[in-house]
Design a protein around this ligand. Structure first.
Ligand code: PAF
Length: 279
């Protein structure tokens, strides 16, 4: 269902006008580099609302000084073609001044859940994400917003932000979309060399093996140690943690859902992945 009338807008006032045309609105924020994972978010959004808006904005606030803001894939023509092909109603691609008229707020606070796991290596990251999502929510004023489970910690931080600020927006998540060999689809996969691309799926297969051993009743601490050793043969590990999926804290007798969360470096490319399952 190609939408040849897909609206492309870049200002807050145009968005206000489009928004005012009514109906239930679902929002999918992206930084572009659109791939099948994003299209799955759009598909879920389409089921939940009358109209779907996707934003394309490479958010400077979530990149650290030595990170890939300049290199981040900007593939606007291809993105627009894919989004129109998926039947998206509107693409919002604001200018940085539109999003941050008063500049980026370095002190934007997301609390503890933004400081663990990815937040340890990328201390600026979740403040930047929460800040841009808060701002985009204020401009788009969606009823529903959809995020990928691939970025599980991001999803949790956004849910907490929505709760803390009492925003009337339903946050939905869509399952991680994978290549046929298991690698979680990500815009940054294009940084991998052919050789690294062959190695990358080992990450998911080892996390899945860990999940199977946990379900078989093995000791989580020992199993995690073994998986870390196995991963080290292929990657430089940033973190590997097995936590309560609802709280992102240590597993207790009350844990109903377990999260295996991992970030590794393959060369200079950082890959993240997770598996969430009933414990
Ligand atoms: O997941 C992403 O692509 C980004 O972190 C998001 C949510 C669009 C905010 O810039």
């Amino acid at each position: 269902m190609i939408n040849s009338n897909m609206k492309i807008i870049s200002s807050m006032s145009e968005m206000k006008q489009w928004r005012g045309e009514g109906g239930k609105i679902a929002f999918v924020p992206t930084m572009g580099g659109v791939h099948r994972g994003h299209l799955a978010l759009v598909e879920l959004a389409q089921k939940k609302a009358d109209r779907v808006v996707v934003s394309v904005f490479v958010n400077p606030a979530q990149f650290g000084e030595n990170e890939d803001f300049a290199e981040y894939p900007r593939t606007l023509d291809a993105d627009l073609a894919l989004l129109a092909g998926q039947g998206v109603d509107c693409v919002f691609m604001p200018d940085v001044r539109e999003v941050y008229p008063q500049g980026v707020d370095a002190g934007f606070e997301v609390g503890e859940s933004g400081q663990i796991l990815c937040g340890k290596t990328r201390p600026h990251f979740f403040n930047g994400v929460a800040q841009v999502v808060r701002r985009l929510f204020a401009i788009v004023r969606p009823d529903v917003a959809v995020f990928g489970q691939k970025d599980y910690q991001q999803l949790m931080v956004i849910r907490q932000m929505v709760e803390a600020q009492a925003l009337d927006i339903e946050i939905l998540s869509a399952d991680t979309v994978r290549e046929s060999d298991g690698l979680a689809i990500s815009t940054r996969n294009q940084y991998l060399s052919d050789e690294q691309r062959q190695v990358a799926p080992v990450l998911y297969s080892m996390l899945d093996e860990l999940r199977r051993h946990i379900l078989a009743g093995g000791d989580i601490i020992n199993l995690t140690k073994q998986t870390r050793k196995a991963l080290e043969k292929h990657f430089k590990i940033d973190y590997l943690s097995v936590l309560d999926a609802n709280t992102l804290s240590a597993i207790t007798g009350n844990t109903g859902k377990i999260a295996i969360l991992c970030a590794v470096f393959l060369g200079s490319t950082r890959l993240i992945d997770n598996i969430i399952f009933k414990g």
